[in-house]
Design a protein around this ligand. Structure first.
Ligand SMILES: NC(=O)C1=CN([C@@H]2O[C@H](COP(=O)(O)OP(=O)(O)OC[C@H]3O[C@@H](n4cnc5c(N)ncnc54)[C@H](O)[C@@H]3O)[C@@H](O)[C@H]2O)C=CC1
Ligand SMILES: O=C(CO)COP(=O)(O)O
Length: 340
């Protein structure tokens, strides 16, 4: 049986491990917590993150990272972005030289503005790298809700290997070679999920949500284009798809942070109550700074930044947004030339 490993024992790591194990692979599942590893191996459950979800018999949990990866042909990394580089540095000397590396982490490294695939490229320059991203709420995958995802990599054989290893009756895997655009979409949408949660807490309706999601997509694509991503990538599952799900569902941790902010809680309390990662909080900081440096117009992200970090009231920011400068409805190039 081919061996694959999943690094990171949160909710997403757990469902990835199960999907791959269900397709006939041995999955070495690395967690830091000894009790959780024992629970996975003996009770087939990861109760802290996904209570009641049955873990496949082909999943072997371990706290020994070397034992987890030394014989693995593919290594999925599902740890929060804040710890991603440290974990990859631990992997570098112990993985197989021909192992394929897949990041599932939707975040941006503080200080460097690097996405996780770029962190992997720095730490493992010879490795074949990909990212998995899309509208993939772990809890819904655990319930086997029909779900689509994207494996993105410049390497075609990697895209095919990962697609084969993950596809199932309830999990459809699409491919994309714009790895940067796919990964950027997955990271940026977390900012807008916080805004959507905030709007929901304020009792805003579907009109507001539709405007928010659509204008968020415009803002993401505008920023992505400036950074070298293909703006059309944002029309795929990892862009608009993930934006829709995280701006609509209270299963999204980022949406829940927004809900808590809208209920008047401080950011620290909102994040503390969550007990899990909400990548959008850090992403917001990184993006606001980068957009300023590059002079990219991002009124929604900037508005949230002013509320969270600069003490502006929601009313002040909303008023400025609603009276903002004239803007085109559709900015994608092909349409833009028709409108001008
Ligand atoms: N949960 C979801 O629905 C989805 C999550 N993701 C992404 O996957 C990444 C991981 O998310 P989750 O599994 O949800 O996070 P989580 O908050 O549920 O768990 C993260 C895991 O990483 C571990 N961890 C924390 N610090 C660590 C460190 N210093 N070294 C090693 N491991 C550490 C935690 O103990 C936990 O097992 C995030 O970037 C998230 O955006 C992507 C798609 C869906
Ligand atoms: O990325 C996700 C779904 O695609 C998960 O979103 P949260 O990190 O906000 O829970």
């Amino acid at each position: 049986m081919e061996t694959v490993s999943v690094i990171g024992g949160g909710s997403f790591g757990t469902v990835i491990a199960n999907i791959v194990a269900g397709n006939g692979y041995r999955v070495n599942f690395w967690l830091r917590n000894e009790e959780s590893a024992t629970e996975v191996n003996e009770k087939r459950e990861n109760s802290r993150y996904l209570p009641g979800y049955q873990i496949h018999e082909n999943v072997y949990a371990t706290t020994d990272i070397q034992a987890a990866v030394e014989s693995s042909s593919v290594v999925f990394v599902a740890v929060p972005s804040a710890f991603f580089r440290t974990v990859v540095q631990r992997l570098a000397p112990i993985i197989r030289p021909d192992a394929l590396l897949v990041s599932t982490t939707k975040g941006i490294e503080a200080g460097t503005f690097l996405l996780m695939s770029q962190v992997m490229q720095q730490e493992l320059p010879e490795a074949t790298i990909g990212v998995l991203s899309g509208p993939n709420l772990a809890r819904e995958i655990a319930q086997q809700s029909l779900t689509g995802t994207v494996i993105a990599s410049p390497d075609e054989s990697m895209r095919e290997r990962v697609r084969e290893m993950m596809r199932s009756e309830y999990f459809r895997v699409y491919t994309n070679n714009d790895m940067y655009g796919v990964e950027l979409g997955g990271s940026l949408k977390n900012i807008y999920a916080i805004i959507a949660g905030l709007a929901s807490a304020m009792g805003m309706g579907h009109n507001t949500n539709a405007m928010l999601v659509t204008r968020s997509l415009t803002e993401m694509a505008r920023f992505g284009r400036e950074l070298g991503a293909d703006p059309m990538t944002f029309l795929g599952l990892s862009g608009v798809g993930d934006l829709i799900v995280t701006c609509s569902s209270s299963l999204s941790r980022n949406f829940r942070v927004g809900l808590a902010l809208g209920e008047g809680k401080t950011l620290d309390d909102a994040v503390g109550e969550l007990g899990q990662v909400a990548e959008g909080v850090n992403t917001l900081k990184q993006v606001q700074q980068k957009a300023k440096e590059m002079d990219v117009y991002m009124p929604l992200a900037d508005g949230l930044y002013q509320i969270v970090y600069e003490g502006k009231t929601v009313d002040q920011v909303l008023s400025a947004l609603m009276h903002g400068e004239g803007a085109l409805d559709v900015e994608f190039e092909a349409h833009r030339s028709k409108q001008l």
